[in-house]
Design a binder for this molecule. Structure first.
Ligand code: SF4
Length: 369
């Protein structure tokens, strides 16, 4: 009888920019999901410090500190360095090398059409973003992904377009550089400049096209009712102490039509209730529905219950963080160890990439000797 095949885990890769301490939106939109993935897959999670430089190149003074804060939040949220490689992007130089090589085959038009490129140029004020690095950041994201040849990339809906671009770039790369195949010139085809004209080359590919693993992210409003975000200043940090959480909740906007305590409210249009849906028990949610729609409770009381639920949810996260805050050198060690694991995997890809692009050294492993 043939022996059973060992279970092969899928490889998963995702990253986050070092924006400093993370907030509840970062946690529910990504980290919470990553923690669940690490038991089922071979996971690589990184802090994207190169990406921070695409917008903060003129003043990188906070990049290192912010990287450490995000590293602590990764660990506090429950990412386990025994299960996942946790690392800093710039510690794995293969990201930069693949970015450079992919830039040779990437049309400027593809990058200029990325929706967030124009949006961010218009919305981020006080910074000159007419740079080569900023235009190329979606390509750097593609290199970040493809250098691990992952099957899946967990992303929110707003990042799905970036995974699609990554797939197009991988397709174009595989067309030009098939593993052990003919060059397109000899196949009488030209891949053209638009992605739709790229003909899929059958066979094993050096850069397989990854799938987006869409993260089910609940609606998580900030205190002003808009999406929770550092740039809106409407966030609750994972590290916020209880009094601060209660204070922030007190200022949160509610159902705009519930002006007086005696007015009946509608939880479905209230951002505070969105928080209850994520953090409160069914029992508390029922109590809120009943009390709000009959004017049986006031908003202050309701916000107090939301604060109770958030404080309870953050307690284990804050407790896990404490020892790392006392010993930040331990976090750097974990990120170094994760970097070594990531470099090893990324280098496997780069050996193949260099080879099919005609860059392979005479002997494998002879680069830098
Ligand atoms: S009682 Fe709660 S759900 Fe109703 S409007 Fe006030 S804060 Fe919102």
């Amino acid at each position: 009888m043939p022996s059973a095949q060992p279970f092969q885990k899928n490889r998963v890769l995702s990253g986050m920019r070092p924006t400093g301490k993370l907030h509840l939106g970062n946690y529910m939109g990504a980290l919470h999901n990553w923690v669940g993935l690490q038991d089922k897959h071979e996971c690589y999670f990184f802090i994207a410090d190169y990406h921070a430089l695409t917008t903060d190149y003129a003043d990188p003074s906070s990049v290192k500190e912010n990287t450490l804060e995000v590293g602590m939040d990764f660990l506090a949220a429950g990412l386990d360095p025994e299960k996942s490689a946790l690392f800093v992007q710039s510690h794995v130089v293969q990201h930069a090398e693949l970015h450079l090589l992919l830039s040779m085959i990437t049309s400027l038009g593809w990058l200029e059409r990325v929706p967030s490129y124009k949006d961010q140029q218009e919305n981020i004020v006080g910074k000159d973003l007419t740079t080569y690095g900023f235009l190329g950041y979606p390509l750097l994201q593609s290199a970040d992904i493809l250098v691990y040849q992952p099957e899946f990339v967990p992303v929110g809906q707003d990042q799905a377009a970036h995974v699609e671009l990554t797939r197009e770039i991988a397709r174009r790369f595989n067309f030009f550089y098939p593993r052990g195949g003919q060059h397109p010139r000899d196949r009488g085809k030209h891949p053209g400049i638009r992605p739709v004209t790229v003909v899929r080359w059958e066979g094993e590919e050096v850069l397989p096209e990854p799938q987006a693993l869409l993260t089910p992210s609940p609606k998580l409003p900030g205190t002003d009712g808009r999406k929770m975000s550092k740039s809106y200043g409407n966030f609750i940090l994972l590290t916020d102490p209880e009094p601060e959480i209660r204070q922030k909740l007190k200022t949160m906007i509610t159902d705009p039509d519930r002006i007086r305590r005696t007015d009946k409210g509608n939880p479905e249009v209230c951002p505070v209730f969105d928080l209850h849906k994520v953090f409160s028990s069914n029992e508390t949610q029922l109590k809120v529905r009943e009390g709000c729609t009959t004017a049986g409770i006031g908003c202050i009381e309701c916000k107090g219950w939301a604060a109770d639920s958030i404080v309870a949810a953050l307690k284990p996260i804050q407790e896990r963080r404490k020892p790392y805050e006392e010993h930040p050198e331990r976090v750097w060690e974990i990120l170094e160890d994760g970097g070594a694991k990531a470099r090893k995997r990324a280098e496997q890809t780069m050996v193949e990439v260099r080879e099919v692009m005609g860059l392979a050294p005479r002997r494998r492993g002879s680069i830098g000797e």
